[in-house]
Design a protein around this ligand. Sequence first.
Ligand code: ZN
Length: 272
Amino acid sequence: MNKKIAITCAITGAETTKQQQPALPITPEELADSAYECYLSGASIVHLHARDKDGKPTQDPAVFKKTMDLIRKKCDMVIELTTGGAVGMTPEERIAPVKLKPDMASLDCGSVNFGNEYILNPLPVMREFASVMNENNVKPTLECFDASHVFASQILIKEGLIKPPYHYGFVMNVFGGIRYTPKMLSALIDLLPPESFFTVMGIGKSYLQAMYGAIAFGGFIRVGFEDNIYYSKRRLAKSNSELVERAVRIAKEAELDIAKPDDIRKMFNLRN
Ligand code: ZN
């Protein structure tokens, strides 16, 4: 059991819109303000996506750079960039911002149905992404939308492309991916190699149950508008930080200490 629990806030994502959630941060300034509020509330990692001027997902490194610079001016939060990007982006687009040397980046460990579309991550793309992350000292979060993705990650581990300690992200309840249930989570954890940490990401209605599941199994938590826009049934969250505040309260009730960014840097051996 970890004594300290890491809280990640995924503040925007690629799918959520302002129409659905008016408090969704879009511009680099809004993203940095939201990240900073989450940091003040106890989140130590921000998971970043970027949007263009029309609010559509973009992997433009210039937008990520501006956002990262603004966040780093405000605080020492650990910055994790997406390489999932959005449905339909090319692998070249998706990996481009990793050259900005964030602390961490997501690495999708396989293909999956995603609503009525799909996310494509063949092994050669995973290898390429892992190599670029290694060249830039970026720690991957091994995102698994299915049990087979954990096995795929182990192929890269065997090939020496991913080094311990490993950080897994179980993305549960994507429409078409693995469901969140305590037994499913337990089964995924059983597949992990030694020296693994894991964060549980419950999508939509499953997010709160998945948070309790993460705590029960000694894992880390992710909240934020990428995963869920509601605070409770039919009540939209006022902000990303409102969701972080609740996560902190629940973790403290379980007598866990909240990991600070420096704790994460030591735990994951971050180098940027
Ligand atoms: Zn994401």
